[in-house]
Write a new protein. Structure first.
Length: 394
């Protein structure tokens, strides 16, 4: 029998594209596709100098990888959207170095679905345990304080917690579109006051002569993606140090390639030509899911953000049979526009006994409070819906 060997890879390019995609065949989330992660590396959006060192773990049997975990060595907590500054402060109080830390996620993408990707026919339970042991050994050897898997797949969660990972519940947003026939059908679920507000917001843009057009597939070219980057950069710069500008222009250029643009949907607000937008949002789509990612505008116009980032994408998603819309991180204003609060799960391992004990004692209380907060928000939304079932996940 050929021995299984664990190897660490400092670039996705060390694992052949064909092998990576073979292991991902069950995963429909575009953010873990080889080309997406490669574009982040080659554009310089993630790098050692930016505090994101690729450090993927793969299990090899001879010349064939049979499992891998997308991982990054982080020198900070930016771009994760799971805010662990309280953990960093605790580490400092204990005289510990919180950074670097190991992170499992698709960089800058707060989208549920992280897992270890394992070849069909392999023993997923045993290989998961083997990979977690390899991570533990690496972390202890190199004095890394923690390993953190963010926005995890809830099916995979049970495998990880069975191996000693600890659950932290945070809050995200989701719009359920399944069963809706058109945008008017979507509007009908709101109470009369909010339905009137949304109609008023949309009409205000039409009165200004602004139209929103959808651009996708082969219509997306490098020139348009460069404009998307300009709008994204301008939006981030308005917020100064809080702008969260993580992506380089080269990443947007690479998204115009045929293998990536087919998963993109651009919503272009314009006064004539969709190729000369005054604002745009960039969404990513699969057959059943739409994710809102980036946006920007050249003009400050009331309600423009709501139209380009929510209403037009919702209408497009319903027309294309998409069941759910994840509008991105943050923003309680999303509740008034049809998005429920939902729990998202991160899993954590700490390699200092004292810190591990303190956080494990705190987590159940924090998780219970978060579930209550989610329940309270969903009980106050201005639309008819069936809130998600909430339970404390161990």
């Amino acid at each position: 029998m050929v021995k299984i060997v664990a190897k660490w890879h400092q670039s996705i390019k060390e694992i052949p594209n064909s092998h990576w995609e073979d292991l991902l065949h069950r995963n429909l989330i575009p953010f873990y596709n080889y080309k997406w992660l490669l574009a982040l590396e080659e554009s310089g959006s993630i790098s050692h100098s930016h505090g994101w060192q690729p450090l993927h773990l793969a299990l090899w049997r001879g010349n064939q990888p049979i499992a891998f975990a997308p991982l990054y060595l982080k020198a900070h907590s930016w771009g994760e959207f799971v805010f662990d500054q309280s953990f960093a402060q605790l580490a400092e109080n204990l005289g510990l170095h919180y950074y670097p830390k190991l992170i499992g996620m698709s960089p800058f993408s707060p989208v549920e679905g992280y897992r270890f990707f394992i070849s069909p026919g392999e023993d997923e339970v045993n290989l998961t345990a083997l990979m977690i042991r390899a991570i533990d050994q690496f972390a202890i050897k190199h004095h890394i304080l923690s390993c953190n898997f963010l926005y995890v797949d809830q099916v995979w969660q049970s495998l990880a917690t069975a191996n000693g990972c600890h659950t932290w519940i945070n809050k995200h947003s989701i719009g359920h579109l399944n069963g809706k026939k058109n945008f008017n059908d979507y509007l009908a679920s709101f109470n009369s006051n909010q339905r009137r507000n949304i109609k008023k917001e949309r009409k205000s843009l039409k009165d200004l002569g602004i139209t929103v057009s959808t651009v996708n597939g082969s219509e997306i070219n490098q020139n348009l993606m460069e404009k998307m980057y300009f709008l994204y950069e301008s939006h981030c710069n308005r917020w100064g140090p809080w702008g969260s500008k993580y992506l380089e222009e080269g990443f947007f250029r690479k998204l115009s390639s045929p293998k990536l643009r087919n998963q993109l949907v651009l919503f272009s607000a314009h006064r004539g030509n969709p190729q000369t937008p005054l604002a745009m949002s960039l969404c990513v789509a699969s057959k059943e899911m739409l994710w809102g990612r980036y946006w920007g505008s050249q003009e400050e116009i009331d309600c423009l953000h709501f139209e380009v980032c929510y209403y037009s994408p919702i209408a497009w998603a319903i027309e294309n049979g998409i069941k759910s819309f994840d509008p991105g991180a943050g923003g309680s204003h999303k509740r008034r526009r049809g998005f429920l609060a939902k729990p998202h799960i991160s899993l954590h391992r700490w390699y200092n006994t004292q810190m591990n004990g303190l956080i494990r004692e705190w987590l159940p209380k924090a998780n219970e409070l978060m579930l209550r907060e989610i329940d309270a928000e969903n009980n106050d939304v201005p639309f008819r819906t069936k809130p998600p079932s909430l339970k404390l996940l161990n």
